[in-house]
Design a protein around this ligand. Structure first.
Ligand code: DGL
Length: 262
């Protein structure tokens, strides 16, 4: 049993969508979240650069005593999680696009996926798609520009809506009945995506599955926090704190949101 924190990192504020799922399922756990917004977007960078950032973030979290690390970024997970698991001795939970559940549930056998270039071009994504969706039409779309818009707080700007239409309309033309959000920033765009797709399409992401997996791994390793103390949450960003504060909204427990130069 351990009251040490769970660590999270992402290229920016998007991984808070995963943090919220984990916090909802495990409200007793202390957490530390790193938003590496200075280096966002990861999705356009080389595997080597993404690994360099992932190592930097991991070491920051380990110095703070984290007992488990959630890689709250599809791009970092699909490109680096096997390296991180080889390098460090703590459990890592990653997030990958929910291709399997979408493929299983699609009635039209057509699934759209919106993700970063780094995720869509990764070996892990190719393997997952081959394994679970080889009989299905997969419409892949890079969400170019979306992470930058979310990082600058523009969830509802006309540019955001314009890009979403550009990316999603071709999926609708191919009769997709599921859209997989393969980037942890994109759940913040669900209302805008729903405005485009209406009830024709189900939108799916992996945040809840990550929370369940985090709980299972903590349990298996006897690492759940059983202390009765109120949980604490430390959020760090290496740019300004405003966007992070806005995207988090009201959060429970003893929470701090600070600048850190990592
Ligand atoms: N949240 C990251 C992801 O899940 C965004 C990557 C990026 O910064 O491009 O892929």
């Amino acid at each position: 049993m351990s009251n040490k924190p769970i660590g999270f990192f992402d290229s920016g504020v998007g991984g808070t969508s995963v943090w919220k799922e984990v916090n909802q399922l495990l409200p007793n756990e202390n957490t530390i979240y790193l938003a590496d917004s200075k280096n966002a977007p990861y999705g356009e960078k080389s595997k080597e650069t993404i690994l360099k950032y992932s190592i930097k973030n991991t070491e920051f979290l380990l110095k703070k005593g984290c007992k488990l690390i959630v890689v709250a970024c599809n791009t970092a997970t699909t490109n680096t999680i096997s390296n991180l698991r080889e390098l460090y001795n703590v459990p890592f939970i990653g997030i990958e696009p929910a291709i399997k559940p979408a493929a299983l549930q699609s009635k039209n056998n057509a699934v759209g996926i919106l993700a970063t270039k780094g995720t869509l071009s990764s070996e892990l994504f190719a393997k997952t798609t081959e394994k679970f969706a080889s009989e299905i039409t997969i419409v892949e779309q890079v969400g170019e520009g979306l992470v930058e818009l979310i990082e600058s707080g523009q969830l509802n700007s006309s540019k955001t809506k314009e890009l979403l239409e550009l990316y999603i309309k071709p999926m609708l033309a191919l009769e997709t009945d599921f859209i997989v959000l393969g980037c942890t920033h994109y759940p913040y765009l669900i209302p805008q995506i729903k405005n485009i797709v209406g009830n024709r399409v189900s939108i799916i992401d992996s945040g809840e599955a990550v929370a369940k997996q985090t709980k299972a791994i903590l349990q298996k390793n006897y690492l759940l926090n059983i202390s009765a103390d109120k949980s604490t949450h430390q959020f760090y960003t290496n740019t300004n704190t405003e966007v992070l504060k806005n995207i988090l909204g009201v959060i429970p427990g003893n929470t701090t949101i600070e600048f850190a130069d990592f």
